[in-house]
Design a protein around this ligand. Structure first.
Ligand code: LLP
Length: 432
């Protein structure tokens, strides 16, 4: 569900024509729909209403200030993975007491910074990390609230690069060892055992792995609560979205929308999980990223050349893998639509960027209408893990970002001036 659609033959974000935005701000251009962000957050919030809960948006999926402000204004918390993300969140108006700090490699200075800011919990990934947090908290004369990340060893049936809940992954502590870790942690003077956390993977399109993991971990949560007085249980993020509207599945968890798209809905997620979570009598934390931001953003790009070889029809566009790496990195599918709807025969086309790598593509053999130089395309579902994974590869500037709300639009990140890319560089003294 999102607010990007055709009105007549023009593509719109909410009530604003995307073409008018490209005319004003140029391309490549990321565009976010505030209404979509808001409704996704509210859907989860309502679905979890039967339990005391806090939704901590995973900043790693989209950390633009305007996106963060939207969610902070809705009362959301944040899942952060670096002190940089914590600073960003605070700059956008987040309350650090609603932030949880995740990640396997927290440095001393990051821990110190987060302790001083007073985060709600450190989600701890190893015993050496626990020792380190205790030591730093002692030095600062503080008590560090923590939750250990349990690895429930459940297969999430998602892409290998984004599965996290099995023993092949670097994440969390094996479920069998958790009670021992809490027993030892309870003896650490500057640690407060506040919760237990898990996250089994990303882009999960079925409720079963979540259900399996919650069922497996719940008895442990109950024992830990009794023994150590935990306050919360975090069930992580991972709720998937629809990328491919043509995807067919007989899976009963899929929910068909009017456009024929199917998604695992928050309602179904909650219907199956809330009955398992409610009896625990704990505050439930959730860390969704993609579900909130994924379909709330698009990347718009201009066709620079149409190159026909004997074999292929290449649409060479001005965005590249440095702007959106998901197709190159995960073979990810993103729906692609022209900003002006065209009728007529579809041509099998490869949409590729200008970077000198064969991996620099957005789609292969995609049926698209006949398009030419100067036409624009929108790559949908680019709001999560899009801009945040961008790089300056090939000395290409970071794209601009725009937020739309109803019939209003605003530039929320300017296009990066190219000189900024090498601004911190210098020649060595002997080269002067
Ligand atoms: N919590 C933890 C501990 C995580 O590691 C993640 C994502 C999330 C929450 C949020 O997951 P989400 O709700 O967004 O699925 N770059 C990849 C996705 C990497 C996900 C990493 N962890 C992609 O483009 O698909």
């Amino acid at each position: 569900m999102h607010y990007f659609r055709y009105v007549g033959n023009k593509f719109y974000c909410e009530n604003v024509s995307v073409e008018s935005l490209v005319k004003k701000y140029g391309s490549p251009l990321y565009i976010y729909s505030q209404r979509t962000l808001t409704e996704h957050f509210q859907k989860l919030d309502q679905a979890l209403a039967p339990v005391d809960h806090l939704i901590c948006f995973a900043l790693k999926s989209n950390s633009n200030q305007a996106v963060l402000r939207t969610l902070a204004d809705l009362g959301g918390g944040f899942d952060i993975v670096s002190s940089g993300e914590l600073q960003r969140a605070i700059a956008a108006g987040a309350d650090p007491r609603k932030c949880v700090f995740a990640g396997v490699g927290k440095t001393e200075s990051e821990i110190e910074f987060a302790l001083k800011k007073g985060v709600y919990s450190f989600n701890v990934e190893s015993e050496p990390e626990l020792q380190r947090i205790n030591r730093i908290a002692g030095r600062l004369k503080k008590i560090a609230p923590i939750a250990v990340r349990v690895n429930p060893n459940v297969d999430a049936h998602t892409h290998a690069k984004i599965t996290t809940g099995t023993y092949d992954n670097k994440f969390g502590i094996a479920i069998e060892n958790i009670e021992g870790v809490y027993a030892r942690a309870s003896k650490l003077k500057n640690i407060k055992l506040r919760g237990l956390q898990m996250h089994i993977g990303s882009q999960l399109t079925s409720v079963e792995p979540f259900e399996q993991a919650v069922k497996k971990v719940s008895p442990l949560v109950e024992r830990l609560k009794k023994k150590h007085g935990l306050e919360f249980f975090s069930i992580g993020g991972g709720l998937g979205i629809v990328y491919d509207p043509a995807l067919e599945s007989s899976n009963p968890e899929w929910w068909r929308t009017t456009k024929g798209k199917k998604i695992l809905t928050p309602t179904l997620y909650a219907t199956r999980l809330v009955p398992l979570l409610k009896p625990l009598g704990l505050r439930i934390l959730m860390e969704p990223g993609r579900f909130i931001s994924g379909n709330a953003g698009i990347l718009v790009t201009r066709i620079e050349y149409v190159k026909r070889t004997g074999k292929k029809n290449f649409l060479i566009v001005d965005a590249a893998m440095n702007d959106l790496i998901r197709p190159a990195f995960y073979d990810a599918y993103h729906e692609i639509v022209p900003l002006t709807r065209k009728n007529g025969q579809l041509i099998s086309s490869d949409v590729v960027g200008p970077i000198c790598e064969s991996g620099d593509f957005f789609a292969k053999d995609r049926p698209l209408p006949k398009l030419g130089e100067g036409d624009h395309l929108a790559l949908l579902s680019a709001g999560a893990y899009g801009f945040v994974m961008a790089s300056n590869y090939n000395t290409r500037s970071m794209a601009a970002e725009v937020l739309v709300n109803g019939n209003k639009s605003a530039l929320v990140r300017e296009r990066q001036p190219v000189e900024e890319i090498w601004a911190g560089e210098t020649v060595a003294p002997w080269q002067k």
